[in-house]
Design a protein around this ligand. Sequence first.
Ligand code: HEM
Length: 81
Amino acid sequence: MNIYGAPAAELKDYTYSKGLEDSGWVWDAETLDPYIADAQKAMPDSKMLSDPMPDAKERADIIAYLSTLRAAAPTVTDDVN
Ligand code: HEM
């Protein structure tokens, strides 16, 4: 599953915290950043324990990496010549 661009709490075989279930979040840079920075601050009933990551550059690197794990880019098959 690609997390970047996916709605939060999407997996059917995992029981998420109620807060995350009801969040309506879609995972992108804006939602991932505070969640990675301090999960329990971003979502007080989070089951992901807080291991605060205060370094913005470190978070940006993780988010950039996650954003590369999306579904393959569409292939272009038409020749232009
Ligand atoms: C940089 C490292 C991490 C990132 C980027 C990250 C990211 C995320 C994201 C995006 C979700 C939401 C998943 C979804 O919506 O389906 C999540 C949930 C969760 N993560 Fe992490 N996570 C990290 C580290 C960890 C670690 C180290 C643990 C455990 C030791 C952990 C435990 C969990 C748990 C238990 C949930 C479910 C939260 C809930 O139901 O409230 N995560 N994580």
